[in-house]
Design a protein around this ligand. Structure first.
Ligand SMILES: Cc1cc2nc3c(=O)[nH]c(=O)nc-3n(C[C@H](O)[C@H](O)[C@H](O)COP(=O)(O)OP(=O)(O)OC[C@H]3O[C@@H](n4cnc5c(N)ncnc54)[C@H](O)[C@@H]3O)c2cc1C
Length: 276
């Protein structure tokens, strides 16, 4: 199928983009087009206007503030995949980026597009939740808001974003040098979205130990008690039984197969974190 007819505009800056968004209800942002493109073709989305933000310099910033990295929303997965040295202590970000789909998707798909699209199986909502990142959004007349990554997804394909808001950048606190970070996703086929995923950040020196599971029906879920136990006693504290119990409590709808699949995925992520 082909998309329904739409208008197209390429604003000069963020202020112009939010201004248009605030005035035209049927407007939709276009970044890498990797999720929106198929939705347009299938006519699941029928915006009257596409606002192309993929070339806005304000959204392409990548900054090291000393304490954190600020990753512009129009930064592509491929740019993060190639940012090895710049990301220093967070090779997890590089690893995650390089494992999203395949290079042609990564060349276009953006961090902001992935967060805003809010596919529960997507990698960035999960990883940024575990890293305790904060999403900075900008609305009309330069109104800014900061939303914790673990509060950003309300449900599948639904976020905290308001109609006139654009994700500007994601502020990712730098893990300390002693931090243990690991990510694992279980995919039926290479390049597919995962059926289970887990992100682990065990960083007692920074007072931050977080484990989240993803590829659920909605937003990623924390396994706070497991994270606390692993931070205190090491990876051995996450036994199959303790993980299964924590997951069954966090998601009571899961059947035993889903519990096992997610428990094994968390265990792999913890093993990865502690094997480096
Ligand atoms: C074959 C294939 C496999 C994939 N596999 C994976 C995978 O394994 N893991 C994974 O995480 N992802 C995967 N993806 C999705 C990919 O990561 C996309 O990049 C991402 O979902 C959307 O990013 P985009 O820049 O293309 O956004 P677009 O498609 O341009 O936009 C998506 C949505 O976000 C909105 N939007 C875009 N930018 C902003 C912004 N800055 N502020 C507010 N709203 C915004 C748009 O209006 C639209 O609603 C896959 C995609 C494909 C096509």
């Amino acid at each position: 199928m082909k998309p329904a007819v739409f208008d197209y505009v390429r604003p000069q800056d963020l202020a112009e983009a939010t201004g248009i968004l605030s005035k035209i209800e049927g407007a939709r942002l276009l970044a890498g087009g990797q999720s929106l493109g198929p939705m347009l073709n299938l006519r699941l989305a029928r915006p009257e206007l596409l606002i192309d933000i993929s070339q806005l310099d304000e959204l392409k910033r990548f900054e090291d503030t000393g304490k954190s990295w600020q990753i512009g929303s129009a930064i592509t997965h491929a740019q993060l995949e190639d940012a090895g040295e710049a990301l220093g202590t967070s090779m997890m970000i590089v690893e995650v980026a390089s494992d999203i789909a395949y290079r042609s998707v990564r060349n276009r798909g953006t961090v902001g597009g992935s967060l805003a699209h809010a596919d529960p199986a997507a990698d960035w909502p999960l990883v940024f939740s575990a890293l305790d990142a904060v999403i900075h959004v900008r609305g009309h007349k330069s109104r800014v808001r900061q939303i914790a990554a673990d509060n950003f997804l309300r449900a599948a394909f639904t976020t905290e974003l308001r109609q006139d808001e654009i994700i500007e950048f994601v502020d990712v606190p730098k893990p300390s040098p002693s931090a243990r970070c690991g990510y694992f996703k279980f995919c039926r086929k290479a390049g597919d979205f995962p059926e289970a995923s887990a992100a682990v950040v065990v960083d007692p020196d920074a007072g931050r130990s977080r484990i989240f599971i993803g590829a659920l029906a909605g937003a990623p879920k924390p396994l706070a008690e497991v994270a606390k136990a692993v931070a205190a006693h090491g990876p051995g504290a996450a036994t199959e039984d303790s993980l299964s119990a924590a997951i069954a409590t966090a998601i009571p709808d899961f059947d035993s197969v889903a519990v096992r699949m997610h428990a094994a995925t968390v265990q792999r992520a913890i093993q990865k974190a502690f094997s480096k």
